[in-house]
Design a protein around this ligand. Sequence first.
Ligand SMILES: NC(=O)c1ccc[n+]([C@@H]2O[C@H](COP(=O)([O-])OP(=O)(O)OC[C@H]3O[C@@H](n4cnc5c(N)ncnc54)[C@H](OP(=O)(O)O)[C@@H]3O)[C@@H](O)[C@H]2O)c1
Length: 281
Amino acid sequence: MISDEEGIAMTILVTGAAGNVGRHAVEELLREGHRVRALTRDPARARLPRGAEVAVGDLAVPDGLAPALEGVTALHLITFDGGDGAALRTGPRIARLAAEGGVRQVTMLWSGEPGPVEKAVAAEGLPWTALQPQEFMSNALNWVDSVRTEGVVREPFGGTLSNMIHEADIGAVAARTLTEDGHTGREYVLTGPEVLDMPQKAAILGRALGRDIRFVELTEQQARERMRQAGASQEAIDHVVGWYADPPKEAYTVTDTVERLLGRPARTFAQWAQENAEAFR
Ligand SMILES: NC(=O)c1ccc[n+]([C@@H]2O[C@H](COP(=O)([O-])OP(=O)(O)OC[C@H]3O[C@@H](n4cnc5c(N)ncnc54)[C@H](OP(=O)(O)O)[C@@H]3O)[C@@H](O)[C@H]2O)c1
């Protein structure tokens, strides 16, 4: 177990611990020998990594979070509310509780723009590091059904380039910046090692599965309708379609941040596809 300079055992609280990124952050911290507490609203469903202490709590109801924050020196914070995917409006209360509880380092997982959590953490004077991943490779799991049944990936804007990142790399960067000096006040734009368009992603997935996977381009109208049927809000639809139609430069520019921070190259989509091939069979 890792202790600070006064010999006090550090407990690190990971929020969103059952999610794509949080799960990897927990595993990485445990591998490095840290004491990890994993927050979930529903421990029965969360299937958290063995070795993590489980804490039950809802970031949207922060007054119940005091036990989860007890003895916590470092905190990985999601900045969105799973309820409607919007920015967590309870940021100020969470930040106050964290500061009062003795948290000395915070990582924040960016949701697209600085929201109430980021502003509150800074206003509270907590040392923070902002993690700004672009597209997660795990978004490819949206293709499971069409790949399984038809051998097809359907998306709009097939020519859009993306520097998609493996979610395990985001988790590993979170673990590193929570436990190492020198990252305070830094905003890290995190990307994978290459840019790919949609047909390239489908071809890479096909190679991992050992079968041809075709890319079929949807019209913008079809893409909007699909998201509407899946229950997305108009705001979310506009955001996603707008992003793919006209992505910001950060979405198709490769950074070396993952490699600099972790001392090894960022994982490729080919690696992700190999690791996740079973999900598509
Ligand atoms: N997908 C992308 O391409 C992309 C790109 C850049 C940024 N992002 C951002 O990354 C975030 C998504 O991260 P992810 O994929 O790791 O998440 P995820 O897999 O969707 O997991 C969501 C996690 O958040 C927890 N959670 C949600 N609301 C909560 C609440 N009110 N209180 C406590 N826990 C709550 C859930 O925990 P329980 O259900 O166990 O309580 C779950 O573990 C979003 O903010 C998104 O904007 C995504």
